[in-house]
Unconditional design. Structure first.
Lengths: 112, 114
């Protein structure tokens, strides 16, 4: 059974700092890995999707990496802003329905 | 707006009552998922539809839960005889038939059982 873990559970940084969020998964036979953002009381917004054949994916100030063999992914946020404050979730599809298995998320607070 | 929509956005009910939630997926998406999210946790898979067929159900989906997707369009999730432990955010997501695409999530329905 696939298990996804995210560290740290919470992170507080001053504005402008670069930061790294970590995600690990137990079964390396994945199709892809996705990073989502969730604002309080809201649904999920897809940030980046990395295919299993890719090592990195970039969107603006966000860069996600994937190392299947070690079962790890990182989300790098450059020059953080208060508007980046949210919970960040990573997820991998598993099972016959390719349903997503999520980590518990990292709650990020960027202080102005 | 061509995104996934869910109604109602919030529902407060008393223990023992029945509730029904609706999800309208992106129109060309034939795959639809329901997830449940409790405070401080990531979403957990409940059930999956491909067109109108319910093909997968999680062990989390007790016999008090039922889901339908008539004609492969919108979907409903009903909870009978609600319990306080059912309080959670219920999220719907849809996906086209292509493998390499992300799931698109709706805004969720937040349920509070008193």
């Amino acid at each position: 059974k696939q298990e996804v873990t995210q560290i740290p559970a919470a992170l507080s940084v001053p504005e402008g700092e670069n930061l790294v969020l970590n995600c690990s998964f137990t079964d390396s036979a994945i199709y892809n890995l996705q990073w989502f953002r969730q604002d309080p009381g809201k649904g999920l917004t897809s940030l980046l999707l990395i295919q299993s054949s890719q090592r990195e994916q970039t969107s603006g100030r966000l860069n996600a990496s994937l190392d299947k063999s070690s079962g790890r992914s990182t989300l790098y946020i450059a020059a953080s802003q208060p508007g980046d404050s949210a919970t960040y979730l990573c997820a991998v599809p598993s099972g016959s329905a390719r349903q997503l298995t999520f980590g518990s998320g990292t709650q990020l607070t960027v202080l102005p | 707006d061509t995104g996934v929509s869910q109604n109602p956005r919030h529902k407060i009910t008393k223990r023992g009552q029945n509730v029904t939630f609706r999800c309208d997926p992106i129109s060309e998406h034939n795959r639809l998922y329901w997830y449940r999210q409790t405070l401080g946790q990531g979403p957990e898979f409940l059930t999956y539809f491909q067109n109108e067929a319910q093909l997968e159900k999680s062990r989390l989906l007790s016999d008090r839960f039922s889901a339908e997707r008539p004609k492969g369009s919108f979907s409903t999730l009903e909870i009978q005889r609600t319990e306080q432990g059912d309080s959670a955010m219920y999220l719907c997501a849809s996906l086209s038939g292509r493998v390499r695409e992300t799931q698109y999530f709706g805004p969720g329905t937040r349920l509070l059982v008193l």
